[in-house]
Design a protein around this ligand. Structure first.
Ligand code: DGY
Length: 323
């Protein structure tokens, strides 16, 4: 008899077909996450669960999962899963590292450029008819923004995505400084980045991009104190997790011009709505689309399949995150 897997959302079809060779598959086809009571019921009878960042896997859920042996997360981040609780029960947890690195670094850089060069503001100006109405064809002071060459990019968290962003920024002639829990001397040399302490990074960067996982230590690591240390021309980019930044402090910083702008792909609550933030022209916003390329989403599904299949064959899944 095949083991059973419940997949909490549609993932690319090809990989479902591969998983079906090894598992009895049930997929939740609604774009919204399965309601809690549905998940609690489904989990009772499955050996494997495929989760997304929006599915909360905690003690309550695991207590209802007597047969569960593997949780294959369709994401690189896994702050939605209580890893200790899973480990205590002998449940493997896997993620999808590597395959979404370029997509996420691309988006971080796209946000950085969009804020620096005021692309969304300019687009709105043209498409709303304001430009035509102004009757000013070209003006030396129209939509001035910040150039990148010679500017300092401060990267917080220097793992795969942080490093990929640094490589992109090098091509634009930027100086790279970084802060991370552990110093990455090899990458530092290869890329030409300089390790600095947290405060130095905040004080010296023209652009700051966040690439840390959400943990107890990184929760609100950018708050009022940190925003006040940044330069008034600083632009903050967040493609990691919303709760790494204290949103209220950020809105205050943007309104009172402690910093110049922000590009945000992630929010403390998702989906997100906040008129106060949306009114600000110096922000560019996206709905958590860092990994949203055809290539990355396919790669993520392939890794989910690989991890599930390894488990079904009695092997250790390759992308284990339990210690
Ligand atoms: C991740 O992988 O952690 C992203 O946030 C979703 O792709």
């Amino acid at each position: 008899m095949k083991p059973k897997v419940f997949i909490t959302r549609q993932i690319p079809e090809n990989d479902i077909k591969i998983i079906e060779k090894f598992y009895e598959v049930e997929i939740w086809n609604d774009p919204k996450a399965p309601p809690r009571d549905v998940l609690l019921e489904k989990i009772r009878d499955v050996d494997a669960l495929v989760t997304l960042v929006t599915d909360k896997v905690n003690e309550e859920l695991l207590e209802n999962a007597p047969k569960l042996r593997i949780i294959a997360q369709y994401a690189v981040g896994y702050d939605n899963i209580d890893i200790d609780a899973a480990t205590r029960r002998g449940i493997y947890v896997t993620n999808t590292p590597g395959v979404l690195t370029d997509a996420t670094a691309d988006l971080a850089f796209a946000l950085l450029l969009a804020v620096a060069r005021r692309i969304v503001e300019a687009d709105t100006f043209v498409r709303s008819g304001e430009w035509k109405k102004s009757d000013v064809g070209w003006h030396p002071l129209m939509f001035l923004g910040y150039g990148l060459k010679g500017k300092t990019l401060g990267i917080i968290g220097f793992g795969r995505i942080g490093q990929a962003l640094a490589r992109r920024a090098k091509g634009f002639g930027m100086k790279i400084i970084y802060y991370s829990r552990t110093r990455k001397t090899e990458a530092e040399k290869e890329i030409g980045a300089e390790y600095v302490d947290f405060e130095t990074l905040l004080k010296e960067s023209d652009f700051i991009s966040l690439h840390v996982p959400l943990t107890k230590e990184t929760y609100h690591m950018i708050g009022e104190r940190e925003l006040k240390l940044m330069k008034p021309n600083a632009i903050l980019i967040n493609t990691s997790r919303g709760a790494v930044v204290d949103t209220n402090a950020l809105i205050k910083a943007l309104k009172e011009k402690w910093i110049a702008g922000a590009g945000l792909d992630v929010f403390e609550e998702e989906p997100y709505y906040n008129e106060e933030l949306f009114k600000l022209k110096n922000v560019v916003l996206a709905p958590h689309i860092g990994s949203a390329t055809y290539e990355a989403r396919e790669g993520m599904a392939e890794l989910v399949a690989k991890n599930l299949i390894a488990f079904a064959k009695g092997e250790i899944p390759p992308n284990l995150v339990n210690n």
